[in-house]
Design a protein around this ligand. Structure first.
Ligand SMILES: Cc1cc2nc3c(=O)[nH]c(=O)nc-3n(C[C@H](O)[C@H](O)[C@H](O)COP(=O)(O)OP(=O)(O)OC[C@H]3O[C@@H](n4cnc5c(N)ncnc54)[C@H](O)[C@@H]3O)c2cc1C
Length: 452
């Protein structure tokens, strides 16, 4: 969230309008990038000096079948609109990210994961079919049976192979609109790995939070939130209104003002204090045991603070999310946090998850764990952050780890080639040449990493 670009926005409302924009772009020799909700942390939807097709206005739910749990949607439908359409029938999207503002098109294009990657896979595993508009004006219907190679490449293809115009997705039947959430204290990253491995077979969701300021023998201390769908079915919370995030904090402070409070604490002493308090309150909550929480409240924590990105201004933040095989994850995560602390740039937020290997032309997840570190970027520390990230990448690559393009903003083409398999890249570029021979679909990320 440190990127800027000069672009010309276009807001198509129909697939025919998208086709027209692409045809005009070819005629005028312009490049085009695709944008969903603009929630990625890096520059995948940006296209400096070119056009950006904002897909947000194509946001119709075309059909919803409550007997099968299958929805057909336009790409600009957000995860929020999707669950609000289906929850009253007892269905929830099988994979959701940490914000419900993400669009289904954006979720497909980066093949997002949720807190249940270890159990239900990534977004691709729940897509039944896609309709793709290529830059030559062809509409391709793609599924595991039809145009299977395109289907597989487009999911996770960073919006560079064609424009998704319709998506058919299978949702998950849930027993209740709430989950049972259990906080579990962990004393280190080794403890986290052990506990997540132990809990995974009996859990629907697992996510770790860690105190980014704790060092030495407290390094990695934190909490796992483990959630399960209740065994006893109840339709009480299938009511959309009961899923809503509260509009005020403590019944007083409007949610829209909360980012100002966050801004006040967004410095090293403030965040050290917040991390410490969160760990203490987690310990207390562990003693209280499991509690019920609405599905939306459990999944979309950051949506509690609308406009939270403003609190990082001026400047911004990068999220350094590495994916590391099981055997080395705890050691690597400890080394990364220690390095940030030693450089005087401790992570303000540290989140860990359990993953499985992802099948994709540009894969990111491995059978192991990920750690996401939020690092504040200011005008004065920008070059120091970049230099530190290069050192952090070395630690991750030495353990055969990978990165996630949805979160990346500063990797170089050289670093990218250190983890991406050459054969994957060639297969991606071959498919790109077939579907977009004039390379109309471009982005700042594609240029930075030499993807096209
Ligand atoms: C607070 C927060 C929490 C998050 N939590 C998670 C998480 O838990 N797990 C996770 O995996 N990610 C997470 N993310 C990242 C986010 O899910 C991804 O970056 C997602 O791709 C963003 O989707 P978007 O709709 O905002 O699309 P954008 O960010 O606008 O674009 C993302 C990509 O989709 C492409 N695209 C958009 N529309 C189309 C289309 N119609 N056809 C083809 N390509 C298209 C764009 O070109 C771009 O490459 C989080 C982000 C935030 C801000």
């Amino acid at each position: 969230m440190i990127h800027h670009a000069q672009v010309q926005f276009v807001h198509p409302k129909t697939k025919e309008e998208v086709a027209q924009v692409l045809a005009d772009a070819i005629a005028q020799g312009k490049t085009v990038s695709l944008r969903g909700g603009g929630n990625c942390y890096g520059d995948t939807p940006l296209n400096d000096g070119g056009l950006v097709l904002d897909m947000a206005a194509m946001d119709r739910v075309l059909s919803w079948d409550k007997s099968t749990g299958v929805a057909k949607v336009e790409p600009g439908v957000t995860i929020e609109k999707l669950w609000k359409t289906t929850i009253e029938d007892g269905y929830w999207p099988a994979v959701v990210p940490g914000t419900m503002k993400v669009t289904v098109g954006g979720a497909c294009s980066l093949d997002i994961h949720g807190k249940n990657h270890f159990a239900l896979g990534s977004f691709r595993d729940h897509i039944l079919s896609l309709d793709l508009l290529t830059t030559s004006g062809d509409f391709l219907h793609c599924s595991r049976e039809e145009n299977a190679e395109v289907f597989s490449g487009v999911i996770g293809g960073c919006g560079l192979l064609g424009c998704l115009v319709e998506i058919e997705i299978k949702l998950k039947k849930v027993s209740s609109g709430q989950v049972e959430v259990e906080p579990i204290v962990v004393e280190s990253f080794h403890h986290l790995v052990e506990e997540m491995e132990r809990l995974a077979p009996e859990s629907d969701y697992l996510v770790g939070w860690h105190d980014g300021f704790a060092a030495d023998n407290k390094l990695g201390r934190g909490l796992i939130h483990r959630a399960k769908h209740p065994q006893v079915a109840s339709s009480d919370f299938f009511d959309v209104k009961k899923q809503g995030l509260p509009s005020t904090l403590l019944g007083v402070v409007p949610r829209s003002w909360m980012w100002c409070g966050l801004w006040f604490f967004l410095n090293k002493p403030g965040m050290r204090f917040i991390n410490y308090l969160k760990f203490l309150s987690g310990k207390r909550n562990e003693r209280k045991g499991a509690h019920l929480q609405a599905l939306a409240a459990f999944h979309f924590l950051l949506d509690y603070v609308p406009g939270w990105k403003k609190s990082y201004k001026p400047g911004g933040l990068i999220q350094f999310q590495s994916f590391v095989p099981k055997a080395d994850a705890a050691r690597v995560f400890g080394e990364l946090v220690t390095l940030c602390q030693a450089k005087g740039m401790p992570p303000y937020l540290v989140v860990t998850k359990r993953h499985l290997e992802t099948e994709s032309l540009l894969p990111y997840a491995v059978d192991g764990f990920s750690q996401a570190l939020d690092i504040r970027v200011t005008r004065s520390n920008h070059s120091r952050v970049t230099a530190m990230v290069r050192e952090m990448e070395d630690i991750v690559f030495a353990a055969r780890g990978r990165f996630y393009l949805a979160k990346d903003g500063i990797m170089t083409a050289e670093s990218f080639r250190r983890y991406i398999d050459e054969s994957h890249l060639v297969a991606f570029q071959t498919l790109k040449k077939r579907l977009d021979p004039a390379s109309i679909l471009e982005s700042d990320l594609a240029r930075r990493l030499g993807l096209n």
